[in-house]
Write a protein that binds this ligand. Structure first.
Ligand code: NAD
Length: 295
């Protein structure tokens, strides 16, 4: 694979993702606005550019991994589309609102460039291990071209549909996750009050109709699933602040699409209170402690 990659945004996710491309033998030029991120990237074999515009020069594929849609649109409006060679493919893997993702596609389109929204699931661990799931939105051609590169950073690559569909899939999935973690937390707290052991409830629900990822992979009480953050003092994992971000994106999308998401709305409010109480850095499964009334 001879594609030259530009990677913009070398934070918690971007750096390990870009590093996997380097390990696979691709030439990667990166840029981050934070000097320390550029220093870490250089140590990982990424060629650091002086600016995003410099990074995209000579690249066949430009990947961005930024905090939000506003920053992505600012980046797209700051000369990188003009600096890109004809035929360059722009892949945005940040989690952003669907409207900004569609606008980013339109900007690329009007510069005659191909684009894909391709947010990820799997967190920092998945980014480091190269086992992310990518959810992509864009044309068949853009997807076909991106897939071999995304496969170097992920295990499952799904083409969800047209522009914005990757972001739509991501926020719908994470709305299920936020709601189901609260549901599992409520069930364990009720079980405790009824004198049921954590293990007994886990043994039944994990093989019954209450079965879900929040229970079987990410159990919010210590014991039944030894690898879950509950066994590690609720260190993330997936921080509550990021769960709140995704739930708020789901509510923004629901309101503009005219969808009624009653439980999604409530889950967003519950995580908003959790984060406002200073627990944004706690793993999102720590919500069980608030449900229990512990903090
Ligand atoms: P992060 O804050 O660690 O990294 C983002 C990086 O982008 C930062 O280093 C920042 O300096 C850089 N940046 C911002 N504006 C820039 C610009 N104009 N040019 C160059 N660099 C710029 O965040 P992260 O945890 O790496 O997350 C990145 C994205 O991935 C977010 O959208 C997040 O929601 C999503 N995500 C994160 C996780 C996770 O577990 N961390 C999981 C799935 C998805």
């Amino acid at each position: 694979m001879a594609e030259q990659i530009a990677f913009i945004g070398l934070g918690n996710m971007g750096l390990p993702m870009a590093s996997n491309l380097v390990k696979a033998g691709l030439g990667v030029t990166g840029f981050d606005v934070v000097p320390a991120a550029n220093e870490a990237a250089a140590k990982a074999g990424i060629k650091v550019a002086a600016s995003a515009v410099e990074a995209v020069k000579g690249a066949g594929i430009v990947i961005s991994m930024l905090p939000n849609g506003k920053l992505l649109l600012e980046l797209y409006g700051a000369g990188i589309l003009e600096a890109a060679a004809p035929g360059t493919l722009f892949i945005d893997s940040s989690t952003i609102d669907v409207a900004s993702a569609r606008l980013a596609h339109a900007l690329a389109d009007s510069a005659a460039l191909a684009s894909l929204d391709a947010p990820v699931s799997g967190g920092v661990g998945g980014a480091a291990a190269g086992t992310l799931t990518f959810m992509a939105g864009g044309s068949d051609d853009a997807f076909a071209r991106a897939k071999p590169v995304l496969e170097l950073m992920g295990r499952k690559i799904v083409h969800c549909g047209a522009a914005g569909s990757g972001q739509a899939a991501k926020i719908c999935n994470n709305m299920i996750l936020g709601i189901s973690m609260i549901a599992v937390g409520e069930a364990f707290v009720l079980g405790e009050k009824l004198g049921l052991s954590h293990q007994a409830l886990f043994d039944v629900a994990s093989t019954s109709s209450g079965q879900c990822w929040s229970l079987t992979t990410y159990c919010p009480v210590p014991g039944p699933v030894p690898t879950s953050p509950a066994n590690n003092d609720y260190k993330p994992g997936f921080a509550a602040a990021l769960m709140l971000k995704d739930l708020l994106l789901s509510q923004e999308a629901a309101s503009s699409a005219g969808a009624t998401t009653t439980l999604g709305k409530q889950a967003a409010e519950i995580y908003q209170q959790f984060v406002a109480s200073g627990q944004g850095g706690v793993d999102f499964s720590g919500i069980i402690n608030t449900i229990r009334g512990g903090n």
